[in-house]
Design a protein around this ligand. Sequence first.
Ligand code: ZN
Length: 288
Amino acid sequence: MSNYYGSVEAGGTKFVLAIADENFKLIDQIKIPTETPEKTIQASIDYFMEHPVQAIGIGSFGPIDVSADSKTYGFITSTPKKHWANVDLVGQFKQALQVPIAFTTDVNASAYGEMIVTGLENLVYFTIGTGIGGGAIQSGHFIGGCSHAEMGHQMIKRHPDDLDFEGICPFHNDCLEGLAAGPSIEARTGIRGENMPENHPVWDIQAYYIAQAAVNATLTLAPERIIFGGGVMEVTGMLERVQKNFEQLLNHYVTLPCPLNEYLTLPSVAENGSATLGNFALAKSVLY
Ligand code: ZN
């Protein structure tokens, strides 16, 4: 029997499939585009047929059903992504591969990976990219009683220079994702995020919103660390902008557990690898 662990990062634009040895050392990894569920899930199953593993961790875009006693456990549920609503993700892998599967959100998987690396058991992970998601771990466990957290859609207050922008969330217009996800930059200015100059004031507006998510997480969850992944955070100076806005908004109301530049930070695992590592560790956790 294989001693390897498998990882599936099910993203809206690509699936990242990987295997690791017992020490979570990466052995192989491929990326495939997210097309129809039939095509992409089958290609993923084929990969693990060729690379047998003893258990798989799946971190998926959502919303997903993570309630173990639910009839639709393991499903991607109400996603606006075409073809992917009500898809039984876990069931198809389980049936084809006959191995135990851990299932959580992509951001929870990233949070878990960061916990493994840092040893911190109370942390929050936000991804700020095409969409925004947040995962949180408290005392080593994911938060959420009957489902997973949806911190990307929290309500926030408007930047005074951004009052005319409607926001792009199909459900709420001007929630955090509607105001601060990557595509909001083009919707607001007509310029795609990757072409936007680093000193453009729109980055301060983004940072103001992202900082509010960090303030809210600080006040509601009191984590030891808040980690930001995703493409928007890779813009030069973005983390520093978020830190500055955070400091002003929080206004020293609570004492942080560590210096600000350690408290609000980029991922410890390089190249957005936190989710892959998290999936391996979650795969292990369903075996033992
Ligand atoms: Zn929303």
